[in-house]
Design a protein around this ligand. Sequence first.
Ligand SMILES: NC(=O)c1ccc[n+]([C@@H]2O[C@H](COP(=O)([O-])OP(=O)(O)OC[C@H]3O[C@@H](n4cnc5c(N)ncnc54)[C@H](OP(=O)(O)O)[C@@H]3O)[C@@H](O)[C@H]2O)c1
Length: 244
Amino acid sequence: MKRALITGVSGGLGAAMAWEFRRHGWFVTGVCRTAPAGDVCDEFIICDLTDPAAVSRLAESVGTLDLLINNAGIGSYASWEELDEASLRRLMEIDFFAPVALTKALLPALARSRGAVINISSVAAVVPVACMGAYNAAKAAIAMFSESLRPELHSRGIRVLTVMPGRIDTGFSKRAVGGRTVPDTPGRTASSADGLARQVYRALMWHRRRLIYPAWYVAPIAFIRHFPAVNEYFNRKLWGLNRE
Ligand SMILES: NC(=O)c1ccc[n+]([C@@H]2O[C@H](COP(=O)([O-])OP(=O)(O)OC[C@H]3O[C@@H](n4cnc5c(N)ncnc54)[C@H](OP(=O)(O)O)[C@@H]3O)[C@@H](O)[C@H]2O)c1
């Protein structure tokens, strides 16, 4: 039986991916601070991933491992001016430093199984959003970690998949740092945590390098790369920045 360790399984995308991998016969170990409701994982380990000692203990407790999914993360809804340094550091700890540390600690186990690492980045890694800039930076950092890690691990047989989801309704906005309320955006209801989980499983089976979900985000991403002023105009309208 294949074994996966998934972080951030107490809800949202992590819980959906845990279900999906279990549905395909995997043994799933879930990790986060709050135990998930019901039967989401085969095994659950409480761990604050921003605590380096707890991450070391977690890695030591792992035996055989075929897959690590770095999913736990939080958002930010504040302008750069509003966001205090403590909140920025908290965000970078869980969204960037924690997955890097956990991946490094689990590489020996993943090398033994010639396994895989999946890093949950975001479309926000490539689409700048006003009042979410810290999150943009954190998700760009984890995407670059993921993409540069792949060639480093190739010779050891470890595959790396970078996942960039668009906005999906989860508990995400409630856990974010910063005081702003996130405005509604187009396309939000077109995607689901279950849909993402199915696509992640399929992308791993097909040995893909990158997954953007839903796939139609590829078009606005390309458009925004070529016409950044349009994105900036939309951002100012979205957050009412023209009136501030
Ligand atoms: N939802 C979206 O629209 C969206 C879009 C693109 C990317 N993503 C990314 O997808 C991932 C999952 O997001 P989600 O929407 O499922 O969010 P969510 O519902 O808020 O789930 C986040 C998970 O991270 C865990 N977590 C947070 N801080 C932690 C810590 N210090 N130690 C251990 N676990 C911690 C939480 O568990 P505890 O609080 O119990 O620890 C929770 O299980 C994140 O990396 C997010 O950036 C989400």
